[in-house]
Design a protein around this ligand. Structure first.
Ligand code: DAK
Length: 257
């Protein structure tokens, strides 16, 4: 039996999702995107889910892009189907109700960089290399890079990266805000554990509501966005979680969420 292209490890409701095609630097082919989509469909039904951390198998790549060999010979109709499937999967990832963090452990190029951009935030090992080299292949980014990259790093920097196709190292990715933190390669796993512990230790409904407020608020004017925050804040007082969190503080103990 062939090995799964998407591997899951779980601890306390935090999923570590590994894209597993290391011989092709985890390049995204239709099969891998299909498995990722089916996995995300399962995860989105889980009420006990706390967070998802996404990484690539091996020590060389997060994802080196969409699979160029597979794409090369596509007919326009096949390309359209691939694009529709891939875009739906990336949206599904972005809309998971819990925080999704990219653990970038090497090459993060093209569709791989776009996948990282669809995550809520990214951390990287110091050997990570980022880039949107699509124009060198005669296409533009197609997993949302022309839209999400400028929103993350600003339009001038996005235009620089997308129209030159140049690759940048982890230090530059940190400087321009493409990633939030960079650690030595050997420390990425312990950073992942630290993040998992922090994310799992907080009130799960509060964490979900915070993500919803930030995401949904981005597309609105400030007044509407603040009204959304107020509604979600008030809703937090409807369940047990806020009582437990505040009681734990008053009683000088750790909350049990
Ligand atoms: N696709 C397929 N195979 C790939 C690959 C890729 N993107 N990247 C690497 N590989 C494979 C290599 O072919 C090689 O396979 P074998 O020869 O061993 O069979 C193996 O992975 C190891 O790669 P290298 O031998 O090249 O390793 P190096 O260390 O020498 O170089 C590299 C690493 C990452 C610099 C190099 O592999 C490279 O330049 N790879 C391509 C990077 C790239 O251009 N990525 C962007 C791809 S275009 C769309 C959505 C998305 C997209 C398009 C449309 N729609 C929804 C419409 C996205 C497009 C892209 O991502």
């Amino acid at each position: 039996m062939s090995e799964a292209l998407v591997r899951l490890d779980e601890q306390a409701g935090v999923i570590r999702l590994t894209l597993n095609r290391p011989k092709a630097l985890n390049a995204l082919n239709s099969e891998l995107i299909g498995e990722l989509d089916a996995t995300l469909a399962e995860l989105e039904t889980r009420r006990d889910l706390r967070a998802v951390l996404i990484t690539g198998a091996g020590d060389k790549a997060f994802v080196a892009g969409a699979d160029i060999a597979e794409m090369r010979d596509k007919t326009p109709e096949q390309a359209r189907r691939f694009a529709t499937q891939a875009l739906a999967t990336v949206k599904r990832l972005e809309r998971l109700p819990v925080p999704v963090v990219a653990l970038v452990n090497g090459f993060c190029l093209g569709g791989g960089c776009e996948l990282a951009l669809a995550c809520d935030w990214a951390v990287a090992s110091d050997n990570a290399i980022f880039g949107q080299p699509e124009v060198g292949l005669g296409v533009i980014p197609g997993f949302g890079g022309t839209q999400r990259l400028p929103r993350r790093v600003g339009p001038a920097m996005a235009l620089d990266l997308i129209t030159t196709g140049r690759k940048i190292d982890a230090a530059e990715a940190l400087r321009i805000g493409l990633v939030n933190r960079v650690v030595p390669q050997g420390e990425l796993d312990s950073l992942a554990e630290e993040l998992a512990g922090q994310l799992a230790g907080n009130g799960p409904q509060a964490v979900r509501a915070a993500k919803q407020a930030i995401h949904d608020g981005q597309g609105q004017g400030l007044d509407n966005a603040l009204a959304l925050e107020t509604s979600l804040f008030a809703l937090g007082f409807a369940g047990d979680e806020q009582k437990e969190g505040m009681s734990a503080f008053v009683e000088k103990r750790k909350p049990d969420f």
